[in-house]
Structure formats: C-alpha cells, structure tokens
Design a protein around this ligand. Sequence first.
Ligand code: THU
Length: 141
Amino acid sequence: MISNETKIELFNTAKEMLKLSYAPYSHFHVGAALLSKDGKIYSGCNIENAAYGPSNCAERTAFFKAVSEGVLQFAGIMIVGGPDSNIKDYCPPCGVCRQVMMEFCNPDEFKIFLAKSENDIIEYTLKELLPQGFGNADLNK
Ligand code: THU
C-alpha cells in the first residue's frame, strides 16, 4: 500500500524532473519518480537525441538509474508530462517502457500513477496497462 503522502512526494519529484527534461525536438517534457520497495525514490526525465532513435523516456531513465545502483525491487512509478512542461493531461507510459517495467516488476502489484495535479492522480497496475505481457518466466515455458 502506497500512502497518499508518498504519492504526493512522487508527484512533486516527477514534476520537478520536468525542468531537467532534455526535449529540444518534441518539446514534450516528461518526468518520472520510481519508488523502490525499500522506500527510495529514483527520478528520471526524457532525454532526446538529434538522431531521434537514441532518445530515452523518463521512465526508463529512472529504471536504469536504479538498476545501475543495484536496486531491482519496485513498488510503483509516477509519470507526469506535457508540451513545454504544461501538464494538461495524463501521460501514459509508452510500450517500450511498459516492457522494461515487465522485466523488473510483478505486473499484478506494480503501480503506475498518472497525474494532472497532486489532487488528480489515477492509478493502474502494470497488468492493466500490459495485459498478457511477456516476461522472463515465459522463456522457460
Ligand atoms: N516520452 C516519455 O519520456 N515517456 C512517455 O511515457 C511518453 C513519451 C517522451 C519521449 C519523447 O522524448 C517525448 O516524450 C515525445 O514522445
């Protein structure tokens, strides 16, 4: 169970990351705040590239920061974003990021929070956003 206080902390962290978003091509800024099971928050922003393909989403930046520090257990992630950092609507994770979540998270338990403000947060499990997701257990079937 992730408390309301923690959700607001995740929202504030993700929103703060909009300032660090490097998005000179799309001008669509995204911030993420990933909560590990031991209660730490790993922040991330999207990082674009002139060659477009190497661009990285905010969610994957947060995951790769955590995994590169040896953290592999996660409870949830908050995602916010919008054109020029204007949060007008929810910012759902792209398919590639959902697949990265599938690698490290239990799809029945991992929570994905989307927010327009600290008072307007909706939540899904990874399974809801990636039904029948392919994971490491499928390799042994
Ligand atoms: N983007 C993210 O960082 N996360 C998402 O969930 C959706 C899209 C980024 C990628 C690109 O830099 C910009 O938003 C526009 O697609």
